[in-house]
Design a protein around this ligand. Sequence first.
Ligand code: ZN
Length: 492
Amino acid sequence: MFRSKFIKRGCYVLVLGALTVQGCMNTATQGTQTKIQTSTASVPKNIIMVVADGMGPAYTTAYRNYKDDPTTPQVDPVIFDDMLVGNASTYPAAVSGYVTDSAAAATALASGIKSYNGAIGVDVNKQPVTSVLQQAKKQGMRTGIAVTSQIVHATPAAYIAHNESRKNYNALADSFFDLRINGNFVADVMLGGGTDYFEREDRDLVASFIDNNYEYVDSYNRLAAVPAGSNVLGLFAPVGLPPALDDKRRHRLSYLTEQAIKHLENDRGFFLLVEASQVDWAGHANDIASAMAEMDDLAVTMRYLKRYVDAHPDTLVVLTADHSTGGLSVGANGQYAWKPELLHNMKGSVESIARAMASQDDVALFVESQLGFSLDAEDKKQLTALADVADEMERWKVIKGFLDEKTHTGWTTGGHTGVDVEVFAFGAGYTAFVGQLDNTDIARNMFRYLSQHPTRAEFKNSVSSGTAPSATVDTNVEKQDSCDFKSDWRCQ
Ligand SMILES: [Zn+2]
C-alpha cells in the first residue's frame, strides 16, 4: 500500500513581553490534526513537567505506527504530534562525554546545570544545585511527583534531593524526609514504587511521614479514597511498578497523575513532576512490546493533561525525554517493513510469558495466546523447545528476539544513545520551549517563570537558578549499592 504524508515547514517569531522566541517546526497538515498550544498567558500558575525516560524520536514514530489504522491511507497523528514544539540536546558535562545517563540529564532538566553521569542534583564539584521543584516549594507552592519507577530513581530524585551518586537509594530516601525548605518537606505528594527504600530495618521512613501527617497508601484503589488536598506518600511496589503490560492498571501513570493533581491544586499554584520511567527500561531490555505499552500509558496521561489544561489554561505542561535508549529502529536488517500490529493483543509482558511458560502443558498454545497472534509450525517448534531452557532470562531473551524478528524491530545497544530528543509543550507560557533547545534551557525557562510567579514577591532575594536552597544537604553519605548496575537495567 502506498502511504503519503505531507509535511509543511513553518517558521515563526513570537514576541512575548521582553522575550522573543524564534522557532521552526514541522506541521502535519492532515485534516484531523489540530494544534493545541492555544494559550497566550505568559506566566503559568501551575507547572507540570513530564519526563519520558529514554523516549528518543524513534519511540514516538514507532508509537504513531503502532496506533495506526491500516485501512486509512495516511498514518494517523497521535497526541504527541499535536504537542510537538521543538528539540533538545541532552549531552552531560564534558567530563562524561556526549552520552548522558538519567541522573545527569535529570539534574540538567531540574536545575539547568550540566553535571557528570550519576549526579543527583549536584554539579561537577558535587555541590548541591536547586531544582525547579525545590524553588516552587521555596515560594510556597505545592509540589509533587508521580512516576512508574521507585520514587528515589534518578529522575524524581534529582528534582527532590542531592547526592553524589544515583546509586545511594537509601540515602536518597532519607533525604526525601530529612531535607527541608523553609521548614517544609520538599514534596507534598510522592507516588510511585519503592517500599524497599522507605520501610527498612534501619529506618522506617513510612512511619516518619505518617507521623508528620502524610497519608500513606500502598494500593491504587486506596489512593482514590484519600481526601483532596492531602499530603500523600503512595508506594505501590517494592521497587519499580510492574511493567504496564503486567500491571492491574495498564494506564497507571495517567491514574497517578490525576490523583497527584487532586492533592496539589491550590490558590498558590503547584509544580508536578510526572515520569514515564519504564519507556527507558523497555529500551534497555530491547523489548518493543513493553516499549509500546509504556508509550501508550504516556499517551493516555498526555490526553488527560490536555483536558486538564483546557479546563485550567493557567497551567503549563512540558514533555521531553532525558535521552534515547536502546537505539531503537523502526525497521531492521535491510527489510523495508515494520509490523507493530503483532503487538496489539499482548496479554502480558515478555518477562511474564517467559516466567510462566515453563509450567505449561502446551507451551506453544500458551505462548500463542499470550502473544495474541498466530504462530506457524516452525515458530511453535522454536518456542516449545524453549520450555526446556532452565534459565528464565534466556527464555525471555529468545522471545524478545522473536518479536523483533516478526515486527522487524532493530536495536543498537542495551544502553543510551546521544541523539537529541523531542520537546512537547502546551498551556500557559509554552512558547518558551519552541525551537532547538538544550536540556538545561528547560529548567532555565521554568526558573524564569517561577521568578515571575505571584508567589515570587514573598521571596525576592532567594531566587536564582543553580543555587542551593537553604536546606540541610548531605552529600557525604556512604555508598549503598543495593542495585546491580551492571546487569539490571532498572538501575540505569
Ligand atoms: Zn536508562
